[in-house]
Design a protein around this ligand. Sequence first.
Ligand SMILES: [Zn+2]
Length: 339
Amino acid sequence: MDLLPTAPPAPGRVVEVAPGVLWLRMPLPFALDHVNLWLLRDGGDVALVDCGYGDTVTREIWSRHFSGALAGAKTVRIVATHCHPDHLGNAEWLASHFGSKVTMTYAEFMAAHAMIAGAAGLGPADAGGLFARHGMSGEHLAALAARGNQYHRGVPEAPHTFERIVDGDELALAGRAWRVVAGYGHSPEHAALACTDAALLISGDMLLPRISTNVSVWAGEPDADPVARFLASIARFEALPADTLVLPSHGVPFRGIGDRVGALGEHHRLRLDELSAALAAAAAPQSAEDVIPVLFRRTLDLQQRFFAMGEAIAHLNHLWQIGRAERLVAADGAIRFAA
Ligand SMILES: [Zn+2]
């Protein structure tokens, strides 16, 4: 894997990573401290891929771009790879500023509205219920409840209307053809964008150079196996040309899709083996809460603890779904896993 030897753009600035393809970076108010956005430009024809977290800090930086990289834009199209706040947060705000439409997949559009409404098993109360069944402590459940709807904080307003894309669609963005590559396991229907002519892949959160993408189980689909979905999804990127420059949402652009997909597969296999060994060594069936220290050997802040819980359930569900662990459900709903 070769990282692009270029420093990331400062706030309000851009770095051109390919002709007409500009890299923007926005801050995030949590441990993962930045998100990369992409501005595709062909004269006055502009497409923005992802929008940043929906807070005043990011909007102030956007307004600097309005008089910078976006000056002279005639048509501005907004594409969201998925519904997470660092990607969708300002989509509606940008759409109303430019009078433009938001392009995204159907499941991501629906999930954004459901998360704001706390519906469809995607609300904070649903997460609390699932985590309680998986052994989360009363103290952490109280902290989760006290935090309220974190999603709505980052996405003050979801797009009211959207233009739907599905896997395999060709999008004409700023003079180039981009193909939608749907991916699963991280969010309901993530859209990466591949431009084979220019050997570019806007990978969103589906392929990151340093960190492994979060894969979580949500309360509405408690038996889900997002690990299997994620690994099957990223394997599809290997069909792209070997010299493809990957433009990820976090970290820096890189080449070497095959190496990175292989390393992520290995990472998850290792995690699953460690988890399997921990279940075999345990004196009693284990909850997801019990095995968090096996998967995460560092101190976790509150936000990271919730991500960790989702990851732990995801990996345990995978072991169960492929027959490497047994899942035990008690009369009170408590879920435990055994070798
Ligand atoms: Zn995401």
